[in-house]
Design a protein around this ligand. Structure first.
Ligand code: ATP
Ligand code: MG
Ligand code: MG
Length: 547
């Protein structure tokens, strides 16, 4: 069971329950716009929205907030549904704001008839300029005092598709001098002759976020409408709209919390889409991306993401989390579950010159020393092995304790070996290391108890399976992408991926797609879900996070 969280939102829900505000009901929703793939920031919202419903015996729906036909696609809807399930949550229902278009329109007519909304023919830039600003008075539109009849006629003709895109809007008639800019006659409908991913060409006008959101909450019976802090100033408008309408249920309550942001990455669908569209990454599931798709492909366990989101708590203070902190949760999770394997990412051939010609031995190696229940596997060993190129130095620098001529080291779980000489190519590069092994050290220890300073991983050449390993660095080199110039792309790390031709222990060919293993000494690696023998480094072994 996951520990119960406590935070200011749960305090509000608890108080509402005690006071019987919603008759003891708790209903939340997760309301993404289907204009991109979900990212790690959305995971926080999902954990909050579904977590609260779970904790209070309520329900949480997924609502696709699909009010903008230009940017929304079925592909995104499908990925959102799938990513939520992967993260471990099951929406009570999957709902669409577009299903409420008719009801929203009826309510808009109601506002027009009550003299609380009007059609404005002003161009967009005039409307923006007239809105004024902080400490700057608003200016009433010349169309603000149209008659109810004229407004109703124009709204109906807007709906009927008579007018060009952008030529008119419907605005709420609130207060052009209000200190909260959101209440200076906000736009409710814009004209858009576009194909909507669900309603097709049925509509020529589309509701704005503010006109759709609270009303959708109310239609569904949401009690606590949790969203991020940037909607703080929208709350007064959320309430204003709801107060004008004959609601079928109790008026929902909007509650805001701080967005989740990380160092070295961006959490904005728009910016992530730019990376995809310009080919700066391979796609939404490129393992360098902060999308749930990508993190999953890279091997991040859903449980680690959930645990992290709960651990950081839910507050009203914006802050940026160190990406190393999330990696620390991932590492802890994988340390307990990942099977250990051997892989050589930059292979250098090692030949044991005293090994009996053609002999093969098998060693039993623990699958996970952290979890004896995972048992052992058999690993083949022979006189020709791949070792890591940087585990050998012909002239060892100070403090280099791995293999060099005359030096004895341990090959993990197998034998002690001593390097004797090297074979070089025409350019003087070492292409082979020759060594002798001590037959008495089978299992990795000498009977005379002599010590070696280094233990190295290896793969038998004749038994190895070739493949590729992808190593990743930060997608953005700056801690706060865009802090210097205002443009995050200026901080894109040009060397965020290194693809290596590697040699893998035979057992890795049986690793199911998507599974994460630990390559001894190298880190945790996820088997690509589509390409066999491609492994993505999830995280390294060393925890760089100091809490
Ligand atoms: P983006 O800017 O990436 O498009 P958004 O806020 O427009 O994000 P939506 O699809 O509208 O994305 O968001 C769905 C829900 O997820 C909203 O309730 C939103 O507040 C929440 N959310 C989005 N990004 C974050 C984040 N970084 N941290 C926490 N919650 C988030
Ligand atoms: Mg959005
Ligand atoms: Mg946004």
């Amino acid at each position: 069971a996951e520990p119960a969280a406590n935070d200011f939102i749960r305090d509000i829900v608890r108080r509402d329950n005690e006071q019987g505000t919603f008759g003891g009901r708790v209903q939340t929703r997760f309301p993404p716009e289907p204009n991109g793939y979900l990212h790690i920031g959305h995971a926080k919202a999902i954990v909050v929205d579904f977590g609260i419903a779970d904790d209070f015996g309520g329900l949480c729906n997924l609502r696709l907030d699909d009010t903008n036909p230009d940017t929304e696609e079925t592909e995104y809807v499908d990925s959102i549904v799938d990513d939520i399930a992967w993260l471990g949550y099951a929406p009570a229902s999957v709902l669409y704001a577009s299903d409420y278009f008719e009801q929203l329109y009826e309510w808009a007519e109601l506002l027009v008839k009550a003299g609380k909304a009007y059609v404005d023919d002003s161009p967009g830039d005039v409307i923006s300029a007239q809105r004024g600003g902080f400490g700057k008075p608003g200016v009433e539109s010349e169309y603000r005092n149209r008659s109810v009849e004229a407004n109703l006629d124009l709204l109906r003709r807007m709906r009927a598709g008579e007018f060009a895109d952008g030529s008119r809007v419907l605005r709420a008639k609130i207060d052009m001098q209000h200190e909260n800019m959101q209440l200076r006659d906000p736009v409710m409908y814009r004209i858009r002759h576009a194909d909507h991913h669900r309603t097709g060409d049925t509509w020529d006008i589309y509701p704005t976020y503010d006109w759709a959101h609270g009303q959708s909450d109310a239609i569904e019976g949401v009690t606590h409408s949790v969203c991020t802090l940037e909607f703080d100033t929208h709350r007064a408008l959320y309430d204003w709209y709801l107060e004008q309408l004959p609601l079928p249920q109790d008026q929902p309550k909007q509650i805001e919390f701080a967005r989740l942001e990380f160092t070295h990455t961006v959490t904005s669908k728009r910016r992530l889409k730019t990376l995809v569209d310009t080919g700066l990454v391979d796609g939404w599931d490129d393992p360098r991306m902060p999308t749930l798709r990508a993190l999953r492909r890279r091997g991040y366990p859903a449980s680690a993401i959930r645990a992290f989101c709960r651990d950081i708590g839910t507050t009203r203070t914006n802050s940026r989390q160190a990406i190393e902190a999330l990696e620390s949760f991932v590492r802890r999770d994988l340390n307990a579950t990942a099977q250990r394997r051997m892989a050589v990412l930059q292979p250098l051939k090692l030949v044991l010159t005293n090994w009996p010609e053609g002999q093969v031995e098998h060693f039993e190696v623990a699958n996970n020393p952290e979890n004896p229940g995972d048992g052992v596997r058999s690993v083949a060993f022979s006189g020709e092995l791949w070792i890591e190129a940087d585990d050998f130095a012909q002239v060892p620098p100070p403090k280099f304790f791995r293999l060099s001529p005359g030096r004895e080291v341990r090959l993990r779980g197998a034998y002690l070996i001593t390097a004797t000489d090297v074979v070089k190519d025409g350019d003087g590069n070492v292409v082979q290391v020759n060594a002798t092994y001590d037959p008495a050290s089978r299992g990795g220890n000498a009977p005379d108890g002599r010590k070696v300073k280094s233990t190295m991983h290896w793969v038998s050449v004749a038994h190895a399976v070739p493949g590729r390993a992808a190593l990743y660095d930060r997608l953005f080199s700056a801690e706060v992408p865009g802090e210097r110039t205002g443009e995050p792309l200026d901080d894109l790390n040009p060397d965020s991926r290194e693809l290596l031709d590697a040699q893998f222990e035979a057992a890795l060919a049986d690793t199911p797609p998507g599974e994460v293993v630990q390559f001894e000494r190298l880190g945790y690696f996820a088997h690509d879900p589509r390409e066999p023998m491609l492994f993505h480094r999830t995280v390294g072994l060393r925890d760089e996070w100091a809490a």
